[in-house]
Design a protein. Sequence first.
Length: 118
Amino acid sequence: MLIKSGEKSKISENDEFNINGDFSSKLLCFSIPLPDDKDVFIWQKIEVDWSGAVEAAIVKILKSWKQMNHNDLVAEVMTMLATFKPNIRTIKERITHLISREFIEWDLEDNNLYKYVA
């Protein structure tokens, strides 16, 4: 009935649906299942639940190294949290949150360098 643009197996916000004029069916009545939003909700909830673990890993790493550049910090967090692989966006959000709470700070000379605040 519908033609979808984008990846065929997943539905995203940017996908467009158009009417398929060539569609035909022998049935007079049929149902179209709705996409399951439960999967999206579960992953969002998991990210919220693990945000504390991501923050703890960031603080623990920076406490031991005293300072670290962004790419190395993200790599260390991904290594430390091997059971749960947080996405980079989540790690960046947690870093920003820790900076606002003054647990860590940017280096004044190098914006790519984070320092632990003792």
